[in-house]
Write a protein of this length. Sequence first.
Lengths: 145, 145
Amino acid sequence: MKKSASFDAPEVLQDAGFKVTPLRVLLLEVLHDAPKPLPVSVLVRKTKRVGADSATVYRALSAFVEKGIVKCLSLEKDKTSYEYILGKGHVHHVVCDSCGTIESISFCMRNIHASAAAKSKQFKLIKEHSLEFFGTCRKCVRAVR
Amino acid sequence: MKKSASFDAPEVLQDAGFKVTPLRVLLLEVLHDAPKPLPVSVLVRKTKRVGADSATVYRALSAFVEKGIVKCLSLEKDKTSYEYILGKGHVHHVVCDSCGTIESISFCMRNIHASAAAKSKQFKLIKEHSLEFFGTCRKCVRAVR
DNA sequence: ATAAATGCAAAAAATTTGCAGCCGT
DNA sequence: ACGGCTGCAAATTTTTTGCATTTAT
């Protein structure tokens, strides 16, 4: 298996003012290469190979979030996941309510923030949104038949 | 302070096949009367007055979710909340990124499931979605000035 | 009567913190 | 050399589970 050819994790780390350590490089590569958000459990497991402690992983993830490199989200109950977002446009997800499979999709809605702000009493300006879909994936639909 | 005049918690419980116990009645009323999702910590605290243990609250909440009476969601990191949904249409939320205030808003998007399904490879049919907005509420905008 | 619901205690899981030492810059 | 980063251990917080007992139907 090959690493992404064009992604330069050390550069991203340096640009964000971080040191280039083995854990953070690996963590960033794993996150960048994933086609969908990865749960903490997976990130902790994958970084065990460089001897990383879960506490360090949590700390690195928080640091990444602060710099806007990754995003934290919880699509499934009691399952926090992280997703690489730097430079990427807005991404949404579809979650399988049967097996938990997650697919990322791009989906653009114009003026949605303004429309939402118009409905709101307490907010004048809305800056972000998250949109997630739920359904049963083809594999699980087949399994039920 | 008066309880909602028309909401009959015992009836909802019975219809769902549950027993009508003090805790579950109170819990359901609290959830029903709230204009926004309530975090577990709040629900546990509010039900302490009938001597409820947090384990019992968790169990009741899970039971409610299974019957489709309430919905579980986590709008803020590491903060699981529950919201009454029985009979209500789709509700969305706006979260203040500064103080965490949550406002519920109604917001309808036609054909959004079909549009999303069209973008997806792994899903043919999408059944649900969640849409949450983030911004800074008027109070916090004022505070920063 | 009987099955569901509860309280209590204990366990398990998830996340955070303190601190001394290591390592990138 | 400095400060960020790390490992390790311990503390917190959140959620779940087992079990004997109570309670609604």
